[in-house]
Design a protein around this ligand. Sequence first.
Ligand code: MG
Length: 159
Amino acid sequence: MTDFRVGFGYDSHRFAPDRPLVIGGVVIPYELGLSAHSDGDVLLHAVCDALLGAAGLRDIGTYFPDNDPTWKNVDSTKLLTKVVELITERGWRVNNLDCTLILEKPKMKPYVDAIVNRLSELLMIESERVAVKAKTNEKMGFTGAGEGIAAIAAVSLVR
Ligand code: MG
């Protein structure tokens, strides 16, 4: 019998000037980036937490504490690669990933394919096992006010 797990992740970051906007490992041209100890890749952080949760591990902050200078401005693809190692060591492989970005701006449509491809490389799965969606929050709440970006992710793992 196949052992099967589901994991869920959430993250949000506030917009900040003079920072690159990196989402799903892809640099998005925009006048604002995301404030964070790392590069602020809100989507990869949600994906990391989903993977860790599915494997029954602790949250992303446990493995990459934001008071550790090692992770200052770190490229979050490095964090995701480390998380994939942690789950692979435990015998898991990723079955699929589904995620949603919640933001008013910038429009993500031109970048979705690039993000899907980057995630499929990082997770070592076919791109048809990766889904990335983006939607606005209809101007409600912090994402609606354009204060920042939120991301949610669901993964399944098999072993
Ligand atoms: Mg984060």
